[in-house]
Write a protein that binds this ligand. Sequence first.
Ligand code: C2E
Ligand code: CA
Ligand code: CA
Length: 708
Amino acid sequence: MRQEERKTIHAAIIGAALFLLIQIFRTPLGNIQNEELLLALYLIAGCCNIAFSFAIFAQGWLFFSDKLSKARLFTSALFLGVCIFDFLHTLSFTGISYIASYINSEQSLWVLTVSRLASSLGILFIFSREDEPVSVKGKKRAISISLLVITLFLAVLLFGENVLPGGPDYTWASTFKHIVDMAVLFIYLLSVAIIVYPGRIEKSASLLIIIRALIFFALGQVFFMNLFSVGELDNLLGMFCSGVAYYLMLTGVYRLTIEEPFHESRLAEARINYLAYHDDLTGLPNRRRLMQRVEELMVQGGGKDKTGAFSALAIMNINHFKNINDSLGHFAGDELLQRVALRIGEEVQAGEELFSMGADEFAFLMTGRSGAESCMLRSAELQRLFESPVSLESGEYHISLSLGVSIFPGDGETAEQLIQNADTAVHNAKEQGVEIRRYIPAMQMKAKERLKLENDLRRALERDEFYLVYQPQVQLATEEIVGMEALLRWNHPKRGQVSPVEFIPVAEESGLIVPIGEWVLRTACRQNKQWQTAGYRPICVSINLSMRQFLQPNLSGKIAAILQDIGLDPRYVDLEITESMTLDKETAFEQLNRLKGLGVFISIDDFGTGYSSLHYLKNMPIDRLKIDRSFVAEVMEDSNNAAIVSTITSMAHHLKLKVTAEGVENKEQLQFLREQQCHEAQGYLFGKPLQAAEFERSFLKQVLRLGL
Ligand code: C2E
Ligand code: CA
Ligand code: CA
């Protein structure tokens, strides 16, 4: 329970206890007969009430009128009236002669009743609705209206003959007053009930203060009504309770309409500030903050640092994060980023700071280093943090980081340069497939070059700069050619031949892979169909799919249209996907089923290099594993690789999948693969990838006997 809630319950208990105590000590209290003293006390209590209610009015009228809200304005207007009525009541009831000559004591009690009726109705009206801001114009209007109403009432009270009963029909009037008093009490309690009503949004502390005020209003009302008469003391006690109630009202309205909104706006400001300088996902300070920090550092260290200390900025990028994100979903991607932030965060020591650079990038700022070497050593330590897998909800994943380091002084004159250079270094590290790179000026070129490559790639399709080459796939048992892999080539007008290893990732990142991939599909299928029409024995064409292509929900539709167009039988098409595309099991499963539904074959390319979750593959609708050429390459030198190849092959047999070995370059490798009962093989030993015409001449025209 919050403190304010506790206080409110205490107020209720105190109110009830006070009431009980007074009931218990009724007789001794009733014996206080000192009229003068009682009147003096009444006057004091009355003055307090007047002061408090005036303060409530002034609070709305005078302060922060640009931040006026309905609740504050209306209470202000209401308590202006209450203040005036209480003033009249107090003065007349205590017998201040001039006023008392207009209003006798019976009428004075009526004035009090009117004031309380107004306050009860007003409070009920104001606090049973949501508060809203109001214009300064509204302020003038509300106060004018309330002044008008008050004047009207006063005129009626003071000058209307017999409006206020005090004369002969006293009994009727007293019954009526009793009913009105009852109604007032009921309205106070009703207001409490409405504010407390559980359906309303969570009670703010200030509304709880208003509830406390209402409790004392109600208690005061009970005294005023002489319900449990304590003789002369009744009205005085009522006045005291009212005093407490007004005071609480004053603080409540202040808190509700001034302090809380102000506090809220301060909180909002703090939140905005936080958001501006922090990454929402990881809670780490962000790039903007990093910029500030590096600037500060540079000012501090700008030549004046006599210790000769070095600072370094290491930008870390999670390798293949996009694959993980695309295949496992954003949820898992976010989770991974949080885990990575946590793991590096735990490593942060004095003089070091971790920042999030957005997406899958983090920045690690280290200061007070003895030299460039120590900076690089520390960076290598960060890199090694990910030797153990990261566990996500969906399982454990091995990830690695690429690091780009820029060191100050040396690698940049401004904060922006230093950050930019670390960024360039990390991208360079990624391109080269190395773990850590320190910035060197030559790298700048690289980043620009890459941008240029992307631009050229954009135009390559239109300019017809792509073509396909075909590499034969051989069945080991019969030495027959049973298939060919279509591989993309780019003949750049200036650069000449650009390797797919270089441009496919750029195409993938920029999304250009989708139209390019479609071109590959269409061209390869058309070529295969042409050869079939020319009368060659039909063979299967293997086509590489990229992640983005594979994630297109309508991929199977597109392929179906292409096959239909060309009139190629789907059983002569084999689609190569990689393991990383099957990470999100459900989506991959659906996609594969759709593709299989077309009647094409599916192979897992580069098998063994990915996530190698063999049990995943068990239920996937796939036909073939292609053992990555890195294993095949060293199969004769490295017993580990030999073991991997033989395990994959035997597992494939077990799962009733076909196995193709990639990158077979010599007879020893072939021999080994034969022993493992590998079904098919592909590699320079049988043939390099060739352009269509050459492929036709070398492999299709002759009845092929490789004689191996
Ligand atoms: P990949 O699918 O694993 O293709 C096999 C790569 O190994 C080809 O390189 C091929 O030329 C090379 N290779 C074949 N036999 C041997 C061998 O005996 N020894 C050695 N050392 N290498 C051999 P390439 O054509 O440079 O393609 C590289 C990668 O580019 C491909 O790897 C594939 O991932 C991607 N790629 C190529 N064409 C396409 C395409 O049309 N679409 C997509 N999405 N990716 C493609
Ligand atoms: Ca391939
Ligand atoms: Ca491959």
